[in-house]
Structures are given as structure tokens and as C-alpha cells.
Design a protein around this ligand. Structure first.
Ligand SMILES: Cc1ncc(COP(=O)(O)O)c(C=O)c1O
Length: 395
């Protein structure tokens, strides 16, 4: 079903603002998401934070149902956390790694995740290995199969990397993890909100995501899914009086749901905003969103590809809403600044954010543009025309 562009654009706070093409950074919230948060902040200001929480408890609990609907899991498998990184780390650092355990990951793995692998390589002697990619750029499932043995403790991949339009085959990877009974983590930070996600189809044990990107939610909130299959076997690396109960002087009991990865204090306005953003996306339909995002991204890639001296760097057979490019002789930061001066917002992806992939492909810093379903073709044209003007001036 086609998205009602007029309606979704009406839900933007200002049509007069910048042209927003940085959804891989942070998206624009629809009015209802903003209002949900303002309403809660006003209630907190009027009656106090604890009373506001008590009054809005049903709505706060409903956010867990919204996450569960978004990714097809049970509410007890959901934790709502400060951001994707906190969620991912709480799960990752719960895994009881021993020296010699192998972690298999993707070439375009996100820097923060890879840094955590390196830390455990240093501290506990785990071995980190990257799974080769196919000629078209996605993780090669056949190579993954060939790397499996009893020492593989974890397969951990980023679904959509931060540095381009690649979509890794998370379902096929999940089938390998399940067949070999290996823990499987998916970083869905750049995919949640721009395409359908089903943890049962992916067969992952853990999945993390953030609110502010493709879900169009607030900053400072994200969610973590931990499968009920492994939930109670994972002891969080840090606990508090929310994740555990102090039952005796020398004993505590952890919660038996995914909220063992949360802690007591929470930004309830942001949490409610996340719920509102998810409900908004679900109303539009993730299939519809993916179709429109892919269509717009293809147009942008094709048009950028025609500009002299511009190289588009997205790889993979299946590409999403992130479109990255560089221009011979002009730094990505210069292009970003030029675009901003023309009211077009994009971001820059540095090689250090995905070092292995960037080194292998010898990528410079890239201009990262990213389209969402409410963008219009006129905005794409504005970006392309501006890039053309930069190329002409430079040439
Ligand atoms: C692939 C990927 N994973 C994780 C993150 C971190 O998300 P957060 O900043 O919400 O912790 C990002 C942020 O850009 C990302 O691109």
C-alpha cells in the first residue's frame, strides 16, 4: 500500500525547515511522538515524577507491547534502555566467555561492538574473527558455515552497517547459528524502523536497537531483546535494586524477564516517546516503509552515480535507505558543510566507525545520506543538484 505522503508530511513539525536526509544519524519525530513526551514532562512538572509514573503506568507498560509487536517477541523478552549501545553491551558482557572462545563477526561490524570484542580478547583471551563477505559485499553464509566448530561461542553481526546501504542476510546467518546451537546477537540499530524485523525468523538470541534513527523516536532511549531461551542463563554485568531483589543479607535474586538488563531510573517521557514512535511506524506498516525507503534510495543512488567525480559506495545485493558517496578531490566534511549551508542535512561516516570494511575497500570518510519514507523526490533532486554544483566548482 502506498504511503499517504501528504499525511506523513503534515505530521512533521515544520515543512519550512531543512531537508532532512540524515535518518541514519537521527530522524525527525512525528508530532504525536513529540506531544507524547511533552505531555509526560508537563505531568511530571505538575505532579512530580513518581506520581506521573504511577498515573501513566499502563501507558508505560504498553511500550513493551509495542516493542514486542515491532519485532514479534514476547513482552518479557524486552528491556527498554538508554540507547542501543547500552542494550547491546548489557547482553554481550553477560556472556560467560572463556579463553579460546571464538567470536565470529561481519566485516562491516560497528566500531563499538568490535571494541568490546577486542576488550574481551585482551581481558579473557577470546579470539575474534571476521567472516568474509561475498563478491557483492554481504556476509558470506557459506564461509560462516566453514568457520563453525565447537570453539565458536558467539556469532555477532550488524544487520545494516553504519557506513552504507548494505543489508546483511541475518535470517540465513540465524539458521546457521540455530543449527549449531551458537549464541547469536544482531545489532539492528540501523534497520529497526526502516524494514520489518522478526526475531523468530532471524532466530537471534539478542537484538538491540535505538529510537532516534529510523524509528523516528526520541534521543536517549533504545531497546534490547533477549530471547526467553537464554534469558535466565545470562547474568547482567551490573545489577541494581531494579534488576535484582536483595532477598537476604548475603543473597539476591535477579528478575526473570529481560528487565534484568534495565536499571531503576528511567526517562519515562522518552520511553513513552519510543512507544508512540513504534505505534506510528506500525500503523504505516514496515513493509510499506521499506518499499518507499528502498525506492527513494535507488533514485538517489542512480542520480548521484551520474555526477562526474562522484563514487557511490553502497554494497550488497539488497540495499536499504543509506546512500554513501565520495567526490574525488573534495573531503566529505566539506561536502557536508556545503550541503548544510544549503539547508540539506546529511552526515559523515568516518573509516574508524567500520574499520575492517573501510580498510578492505580503502574507503575515505564518506558522505552518508539516508532517506526515509516522508522524503520527497524534490529533496533528492536538491541534494543531487548541490553535489553537482560542488563538482562543477571543484572541476
Ligand atoms: C550499527 C550501529 N549500531 C549501534 C549504534 C549505536 O547506537 P546508540 O548511539 O543508540 O547507542 C549505531 C549508531 O550510529 C549504529 O550505527
Amino acid at each position: 500500500m502506498a504511503i499517504d505522503k501528504q499525511a506523513v508530511r503534515h505530521d512533521l513539525l515544520s515543512e519550512q525547515g531543512s531537508m532532512h536526509l540524515d535518518h541514519a544519524g537521527a530522524a525527525l519525530m512525528p508530532r504525536c511522538v513529540l506531544k507524547t513526551q511533552i505531555d509526560h514532562l508537563e505531568l511530571e512538572a505538575a505532579v512530580g515524577g513518581y506520581e506521573a509514573k504511577r498515573l501513566r503506568n499502563d501507558q508505560i507498560e504498553a511500550v513493551y507491547d509495542s516493542v514486542a509487536r515491532l519485532i514479534n517477541c514476547q513482552r518479557k523478552e524486552v528491556a527498554i534502555v538508554e540507547n542501543a549501545t547500552v542494550g547491546w553491551m548489557m547482553a554481550f558482557y553477560s556472556i560467560p566467555f572463556e579463553a579460546g572462545d571464538r567470536i565470529l563477526t561481519a566485516e562491516a561490524e560497528y566500531a563499538s561492538n568490535y571494541l568490546a570484542y577486542l576488550q574481551l580478547a585482551r581481558d579473557r583471551g577470546v579470539v575474534v574473527e571476521t567472516i568474509p563477505s561475498t563478491a557483492t559485499g554481504e556476509l558470506c553464509v557459506e564461509s560462516l558455515k566453514a568457520m563453525i566448530d565447537d570453539s565458536v561461542k558467539l556469532i555477532s553481526v550488524t544487520h545494516v552497517p553504519t557506513n552504507g546501504g548494505l543489508v546483511n542476510p541475518v535470517e540465513a546467518i540465524g539458521a546457521v547459528a540455530t543449527a549449531n546451537d551458537i549464541l547469536y546477537i544482531v545489532d539492528a540499530c540501523q534497520s529497526a524502523g526502516q524494514m520489518p524485523l522478526d526475531v523468530n525468523a532471524i532466530q537471534c538470541d539478542v537484538l538491540s536497537a535505538t529510537a532516534r534513527k529510523w524509528l523516528r523516536g526520541p534521543r536517549g532511549v533504545g531497546f534490547l531483546y533477549v530471547s526467553k531461551r537464554i534469558l535466565e542463563s545470562l547474568h547482567p554485568p551490573m545489577i541494581d535494586l531494579f534488576s535484582a531483589v536483595w532477598v537476604d543479607v548475603d543473597r539476591y535474586e535477579l528478575r526473570n524477564d529481560a528487565r534484568r538488563f534495565e536499571n531503576w531510573e528511567s526517562n519515562y517521557a522518552a520511553k513513552l516517546g519510543l512507544g508512540s514512535a513504534i505505534d506510528y511506524a506500525l500503523d504505516i506498516g514496515l513493509d510499506n516503509i521499506e518499499t518507499e525507503v528502498t525506492r527513494l534510495a535507488e533514485i538517489l543512488r542512480d542520480k548521484l552515480g551520474e555526477v562526474p567525480d562522484v563514487s557511490v559506495h553502497d554494497i550488497g545485493q539488497h540495499k536499504c535507505g543509506i546512500v554513501t558517496f565520495s567526490m574525488a578531490g573534495v573531503e566529505a566534511t566539506e561536502i557536508e558543510t556545503w550541503l548544510r549551508e544549503n539547508r540539506i542535512l546529511v552526515s559523515v561516516s568516518s573509516p574508524a566507525s567500520t574499520l575492517i570494511d573501510a580498510s578492505k575497500r580503502k574507503l575515505p570518510a564518506l558522505v552518508r545520506s539516508s532517506v526515509h519514507y516522508y522524503n520527497q523526490e524534490t529533496e533528492i533532486d536538491a541534494l543531487v543538484n548541490c553535489v553537482k554544483a560542488i563538482a562543477e566548482q571543484d572541476g
